[in-house]
Ligand binder design. Structure first.
Ligand SMILES: [Fe+2]
Ligand SMILES: [Fe+2]
Length: 308
């Protein structure tokens, strides 16, 4: 059952189901949520970080997606979990069901192919920014320090969008020049608990992007676009910090001090497989700098799906 809101976006769960899920399932913040006054389909109180995040997800104004205002410093005093199922999409963005194929390395000598690649990366960053906003709305029971971390990463992702867009313009293209696919949005809201979100995004998608960044930067350099390569390298460095955030918070959210590959694999929302979150090869140096252990990386590199 979904609930529409004033912006035309939909909420994934009716309040009662999600509230039941939240109670007693998370190691952090097990305090009971008041049964009265829940209004998960309503916008948060104006002037709060939550209202800012809500607006960022729902807006259909491309400029607000690209250049959001500074978030306020006030956090909502409440425990209302709001789970937004889909973002507002500006009319400039054509959303399609299937992404174009990843270009072959040799094709990157063409400006249009590099522009299309950067456009895809830009849209990954947009979805990441929106989904960190999603998480701070979905998991209000988590420590404020965790949610402040989500907000900081969100702002990094917005900066990354600007870096990609700047180079896109130099190549003669703009946001909206190519269709986009909301792949992350189709999966990340499957996370029911904050540790699942961290497993999926920080230790899954963002970790895998360290591997992919290490592949694309040299390809772009060989294709003659040193500036594009430098942007990918610069963003990968920021992403190491995002992965480190996951290394810190994944065990902490479960009331533990450490984690192993199996704990991470079990926390991935089903049916998502570890295969989705590794490049070939792993960028072991970057992952190690972010705090991932050798045993985790060994297990990830070797993992094969169980036979049906
Ligand atoms: Fe990013
Ligand atoms: Fe990131």
């Amino acid at each position: 059952m979904c609930t529409s809101n004033a912006y035309g976006a939909t909420l994934l769960f009716p309040v009662s189901i999600h509230t039941t899920r939240m109670l007693g399932m998370s190691a952090v913040g097990k305090s009971r949520i008041p049964g009265e006054g829940l209004a998960a389909h309503e916008a948060p109180r104006e002037g709060t970080v939550e209202a800012w995040a809500w607006q960022y997800i729902h807006t259909m104004d491309l400029n607000q997606k690209r250049f959001p205002t500074q978030p306020p410093s006030l956090w909502e005093d409440g425990q209302v979990a709001r789970r937004i199922a889909s973002p507002g999409r500006p009319p400039e963005l054509e959303v399609v069901a299937r992404s174009p194929r990843t270009p072959k390395p040799g094709a990157l000598i063409r400006d249009k192919v590099r522009a299309q690649l950067f456009h895809t990366f830009w849209h990954h960053e947009l979805q990441a920014a929106e989904l960190f906003a999603w998480a701070l709305l979905a998991f209000p029971q988590t420590p404020l320090e965790f949610r402040q971390g989500l907000l900081g990463i969100l702002q990094d992702e917005v900066r990354h969008m600007a870096l990609y867009e700047g180079h896109l313009a130099k190549l003669g293209f703009q946001v909206g020049s190519f269709p986009v696919r909301d792949w992350f949005w189709q999966r990340v809201p499957m996370a029911e608990e904050p540790e699942e979100f961290v497993a999926l995004v920080s230790l899954g998608l963002e970790s895998g992007n360290l591997d992919h960044g290490a592949l694309f930067a040299p390809r772009l350099r060989i294709a003659g676009d040193a500036e594009a390569a430098a942007i990918v390298d610069q963003i990968s460095l920021d992403e190491e910090a995002h992965v480190a955030f996951g290394v810190l918070w994944f065990p902490r959210l479960m009331g533990k001090t450490t984690y192993d590959f199996e704990a991470w694999r079990r926390a991935l929302p089903k049916p998502l497989s570890p295969i989705l979150f590794r490049g070939k090869p792993l960028d072991r140096k970057a992952r190690a700098r972010a705090g991932q252990s050798d045993s985790f990386m060994d297990a990830l590199a070797e993992w094969t799906p169980p036979e049906a």
